[in-house]
Design a protein around this ligand. Sequence first.
Ligand code: IFM
Length: 461
Amino acid sequence: MKRALLLVLLTACQPRAGLDDVGAEVGSLGRGLPKGFLWGTATSAHQIEGGLDNSWTEFEAGSTPDGKPHIRNEDRSTVATDSWNRFDDDLEAMKALGSTTYRFSVEWSRLEPRKGEWNDAAMQRYREWCVKLRAAGIEPMVTLHHFSLPRWVSDTGGFENPAVIEDLERFSRRVATNLKSQVDWWVTLNEPNVYAVQGYLVGVFPPGKKDDTVTQTKVIAMMLKAHAKMAVAIREADDVDADADGFATRLSVAHHVRYFQPATASPLDTAIAGLTDDYSNEAIPRALKTGRILLSVPGAITIDEQVPGLAGSIDVLGLNYYTRDMVRADLGSASLSQLTYRKGRAVNDLGWDLYPDGLHGFLTRFAAYGWPMVVTENGLADRSGKLRTPYLVQHVTAIERAIRDGADVRGYAHWSLMDNFEWAEGYDAQFGLFTIEPGTLRRVPTESVAPFKAIGANIPR
Ligand code: IFM
């Protein structure tokens, strides 16, 4: 018993490589970011608004064939953080952070609950949010698709059905027409790769299919085709330069990147890590640049298709960066790999390796595409609140280093403004700079609010 206790204490005292080695001092951090750098937070409608009825509703109540609930602790999104009714509280939280941007999504199922039937009052509310954001000096950044679909779309196949392309094009045009006087920064899609992998390989997002890399790959391609049409619709509809900076639209995709490294020096692990990196990290920006979708899961599917309108469809590349994975070849599995993390390093509450160098790696690597970049998400699940400030400081340090190394980075949106419904993890995983008080749903600042604000105050104006 005593030996076990000693072991626990010794383990707890070990320095956790990856965080403790750089520290959490704000100092002059932020001065190395360019003038006008956007500084703020990100959320998504399904995770915060509450009161939604969409592709997640039935899924949240369901379970896998072995009886495991789809959502940890059988949580449901239900009221979430009630942001639909508490936007003013959210705005106060953003102001307390010294924010100059807020990335949020508009909920398709709310705006078009049935095909062709529009909820103008809901659109008006989103417009009011944007007006209030602008009045507070906060640039709205609006995402059109962030993991949820109206039931009338998911019931007819979602992104497996090409009809989604025209439906999303129409939806984008409608939103852009209504919000154009307030919004310049548009994110068409959030994390197509994650949406497809979680929904068709891992099975933890609707439609909950497992090991179907063929459909997964087709879904990513369909999303990119939809994006191309959405981009045209937004550019046609939004002709108002809301912030008078010379651009009526700044279009992007929020692309999820994970820093993959081979788990061992074996040639097979190295080869599979390379394939995983190409599929998950490279294929999407490559397609956005060249217009050519090139996606391959060897032995299962290869898509090689030139898509009209895809090349040139973004102005800015959004990167959602969280973590690094070590890749072990597993040719018997659908994805051909197993992902692990390096032992002995600091991890977040979900077991994700905290690896700021990965962000520097992606920013300098993707600089070669020539787009300006925005970190559209970065953050961690940290119930204790002790890791968040070092994580923040070290990732912003990585951004400053990438800028010195030639990357054109224009903004940072921390995930997330407040704790919210973390999909299959329910409310267990807490990513917020603010926590939510149970019962009252009051936004309560964490100890990272002050350092976040201090970094923002250092950014040249
Ligand atoms: O909560 C999610 C978000 O919806 C998309 N990007 C990753 C976040 C943390 O897992």
